[in-house]
Ligand binder design. Structure first.
Ligand code: NAD
Ligand code: UDP
Length: 400
């Protein structure tokens, strides 16, 4: 059942009320206004009572609403806070949770993200943006039901440029968001990464593999920040009973990646579209497995709403490809005659990466749906449009 509630809380729309009552959501009177102060409401387990996770039941105390029956029930919007919401993946999550009917609070300091990523929903009435560095504590008024902690530089080029900020957001930032989750009794989801496996000796990577990471190498700032984050999440879960989830994300791509973020896909697509050589590092024999962003978002949603599971879950597309093959696929798709320019392999560059997604399949019934060809086509169209905005003659050579 889908129940949509307008901003302002308790609905006066008779159809919504009818549906809610039919679904057993409401046992008595509806409150005339939003119950925003958690001290006025008794928070109840969302899923035991409500099939639809985008609303929560609130219960008014007689003392505060003495004009109503003591057991009056109302429905209120679920509030979800997403750190790193102005980034590539975070912005798609904001969009998805708005679609689900949540009130979405995006917290971002824009170090690698951009307000342009929020353009299509920036003025949505259930969306708000807070510019804040989450490595510093954050206070939010009112209840929060879910916290998704996605803030962190994620591209190797970005985290090499900001190693200290990366370590801080993975340690202090994770600590602050877990503290918020504890205070608000919110469910918490951490964006972890396949980088916790380092240059893996086990292939494909299963969640029980402990990894092969160089803590003092250039990638150590990111890998160890995420490993520390995972340890902190488990400590908060075990010590304070926080309802936590950990997703280990494998290489994900799609619209809203930055053309200049240095990751392989934007690099190759930008180069192919501009007719420049494609910079393949090493001999291009290293492998990656690329997941389209809508598949990842679907998996994150399923993991967030699954009950009682706190161990890490890999999400990624197991369709593995060498970087050289990947370059050739992009050249063919773009119809580009760019050459390959071989460059030195960066330090500690993982030689192989492919997720074992058995756990996600069994636990969530999740499976990627978008083939690499289809995902690459959609992403290429996005970058084509971006480049056309920046320099029309490059993206449309015939118009020169
Ligand atoms: P991104 O750089 O596009 O997004 C990260 C966002 O976090 C940016 O908007 C940035 O401004 C924000 N941010 C960084 N530090 C912050 C801070 N201290 N306070 C507030 N905001 C801050 O990267 P992405 O690819 O969207 O990655 C998002 C998350 O997913 C990251 O945590 C990353 O580690 C994880 N992840 C991504 C991939 C991938 O392939 N894209 C793979 C594994 C893990
Ligand atoms: N890579 C490449 N050329 C580039 C950028 C990256 O050959 O212009 C390689 C890189 O060495 C790595 C793979 O592509 O082996 C994926 O790199 P990316 O930076 O996208 O992310 P990673 O998976 O290493 O975190």
């Amino acid at each position: 059942m889908k129940v949509r509630i307008e901003r302002g809380g308790i609905s006066t729309n008779p159809e919504i009320l009818r549906q809610a009552a039919k679904g057993g959501l409401l046992s008595a009177k509806l409150l005339p206004r939003r119950v925003h102060n958690s001290s006025l409401s008794t928070r109840l387990g969302t899923t035991e009572l409500i099939a639809n996770p985008s609303v929560r039941l609130v219960r008014a105390r007689q003392a505060s609403y003495n004009a109503y029956t003591p057991d009056a029930w109302g429905i209120d919007l679920v509030r979800t806070l997403i750190t790193g919401g102005a980034g590539f993946i975070g912005s798609h999550l904001c969009e998805r949770f708005l679609e689900l009917g949540h009130e979405v609070i995006c917290v971002d300091n824009l170090i690698t993200g951009s307000l342009a990523n929020l353009e299509t929903f920036r003025n949505h009435e259930r969306f708000s943006f807070i510019r804040h560095d989450i490595s510093h504590p954050l206070e939010i008024d009112g209840p929060i039901d879910y916290i998704l902690h996605f803030a962190s530089p994620a591209s190797p080029v970005d985290y090499l440029q900001y190693p200290i900020q990366t370590l801080k957001v993975g340690s202090l930032g994770t600590h602050n968001t877990l503290g918020l989750a504890k205070a608000k009794k919110a469910r918490f989801l951490l964006a972890s990464t396949s980088e916790v496996y380092g240059d893996p000796a086990v292939h494909p990577q299963t969640e029980d593999y402990w990894g092969h990471v160089n803590p003092v190498g250039y990638r150590g700032c990111y890998d160890e920040a995420k490993r520390f984050s995972e340890a902190l999440v488990m400590a908060y879960h075990r010590t304070h009973g926080i309802d936590t989830r950990i997703v280990r994300i494998f290489n994900t791509y799609g619209p809203r990646m930055r053309l200049d973020d240095g990751r392989v896909l934007p690099n190759f697509m930008g180069q192919a579209l501009r007719g420049e050589p494609l910079t393949v590092y090493g001999e291009g024999k290293q492998t990656r497995s690329f997941c389209y962003v809508s598949d990842l978002v679907a998996g994150i949603e399923k993991l967030l709403f699954v009950e009682n599971y706190h161990e890490p879950v890999n999400l990624g597309n197991p369709d593995e490809v060498t970087i050289l093959e990947f370059a050739q696929e992009i050249l063919a798709l773009a119809g580009s005659s760019s050459k390959i320019d071989y460059r030195p392999l960066p330090q500690d560059d993982p030689r192989q990466r492919k997720p074992d997604i058995t756990r996600a399949r069994q636990l969530l019934g999740w499976e990627p749906q978008v083939s690499r060809r289809e995902g690459l086509q959609r992403t290429l169209a996005y970058f084509q449009a971006k480049i056309a905005q920046q320099s029309p003659s490059v993206a449309n050579p015939e118009k020169k």
